[in-house]
Design a protein around this ligand. Structure first.
Ligand code: PMP
Ligand code: GLU
Length: 407
């Protein structure tokens, strides 16, 4: 008897725009190849190679042993919200930060989703400076709003100015998703630039969702400038997203948070009460320790110093060994964003370069296509110095092959 194959039922229009995260997928592919025994250097994913600081990890283990394994309070345990509020206050010269306005979530990814889902909807436009982290347009689509990519200025670390934003501003623009220090470029907005953008938002009655997950990984002095460093009125229509993943080497614990005006915090909490019932309980105990233990603070400073050394070495090698390759000078986060369309025969794409680099040289990077501009490639230097050295040697070889027209 002939077998009849049916086409799968179409899925809901909720997912009309969704595709899987490229950063997550490339990392998985690198792991798969490595498990097959291949010599792969993975500089794709933005994940610190350091262990979670010991006292935070122990606090998590002890929480499990003591039976802190039941449902958490939906908005987050008081210890964590207080510790994070105190920490954010200290970073901004002691300004008041109200723990009741913090909603703890499953990573800052969920905090971003909660904020966008609570604030935006059909017919709204949300401006996103481009290049942009892979999940921003997708999260805006999930909230049924329209992401509008605003190209950053090549002369200015690919950041956007108020002038750039004005070009895309109309009555439908309801939000701006800002990332500083920026993934994928490593650019950092100065406080006066943040203030100017805040003034633009106030003038046009636009919400700002400020993703400050990399705030501590800043190569200027202290933490990177934040909306918390501006007067209260700049927080009236701003949601600040923060978390433990990056600076605290706690990616797998999945703890993030959003700081929002009370009615928005309430709406996000209601939403989350139907999706996750709050973030993992023992992980919250671990994060509370991370945000309050001075020993952890020392670790954060050490890890940031290590990222800075790696950045310096990387930038020096690119300058000396690939003088024709343009890159954005990173001032924060742990990414080097470099341009490949001028390498070899004109018109090389990030995707082609990354395919060749992984296939022939065993180095995983992320093509700029994931960030809305495939003239570029992102390298994550949140990797050991040994891997970085080996990875850059191979990248230089790959540049040389394209330059020599061998590929
Ligand atoms: N924002 C940016 C800019 C990121 O690079 C990441 C990386 N994962 C996140 C948010 C989400 O981080 P997490 O969910 O681990 O807190
Ligand atoms: N944010 C990191 C990155 O850009 C982790 C992966 C992800 O969540 O996208 O690589």
């Amino acid at each position: 008897m002939t077998k009849v194959y049916r086409l799968p039922e179409p899925l809901s229009s909720n997912l009309a725009h969704i595709r899987g995260s490229e950063t997550v997928a490339i990392n998985a592919e690198a792991k798969r190849l490595r498990a097959l025994g291949q010599d792969i250097v993975d500089l794709s994913v933005g994940e610190p190679d350091f262990d979670t600081p010991a006292s935070a990890a122990q606090a998590g283990v002890q929480a499990i042993q003591k039976g802190t394994t039941r449902y958490p309070p939906n908005i987050g345990i008081a210890d964590l919200r207080t510790a994070m509020a105190n920490h954010l206050s200290q970073l901004s010269g002691g300004r008041p930060v109200d723990p009741d306005r913090l909603v703890v979530s499953t990573g800052s990814k969920q905090a971003l989703f909660n904020a966008c889902f609570a604030l935006f909807g059909p017919k709204d436009k949300v401006l996103i400076p481009s290049p942009a982290w892979v999940s921003y347009p997708q999260i805006v689509h999930l909230s049924r709003a329209e992401p509008v990519m605003v190209p950053g200025d090549g002369e200015w670390g690919l950041k956007v100015s108020v002038k750039d934003l004005e070009k895309y501003t109309d009555k439908l623009v309801k939000g701006l998703l800002l990332c500083s220090p920026c993934n994928p470029t490593g650019s950092v907005y100065t406080l006066s630039e943040l203030k100017a953008i805040g003034d633009w938002a106030r003038k046009h009655n636009v919400w700002i969702v400020s993703d400050e997950i990399y705030r501590r990984i800043n190569y200027g002095s202290g933490a990177a400038p934040s909306f918390f460093d501006l007067p209260d009125e700049y927080l009236e229509k701003t949601v600040v997203v923060y978390g433990a993943s990056k600076a605290y080497a706690m990616t797998g614990w999945r703890i993030g948070a959003a700081y929002a005006p009370p009615h928005v915090a309430k709406a996000m909490a209601n939403l989350q009460s139907h999706t996750t019932t709050g973030a993992n309980h023992p992980a919250q105990v671990a994060a509370a320790m991370a945000f309050s233990d001075p020993k952890v603070e020392q670790e954060v400073v050490k890890m940031t110093a290590a990222f800075r050394r790696r950045r310096d070495r990387l930038v020096e090698r690119f300058r000396v060994e690939a003088p024709g390759v343009e890159f954005v000078e990173p001032h924060g986060a742990f990414y080097l964003f470099f341009r490949v369309d001028g390498v070899g025969a004109k018109g090389l794409t990030g995707t082609r370069f990354c395919e060749r680099l992984l296939g022939e040289h065993g180095v995983a990077l992320v093509p700029g296509a994931a960030f809305n501009d495939d003239r570029w490639v992102r390298l994550s230097y949140a990797a050991s110095e040994k891997d970085l050295g080996k990875g850059v040697d191979r990248i230089m070889k790959c540049f040389a092959e394209f330059e020599a027209g061998l590929v």
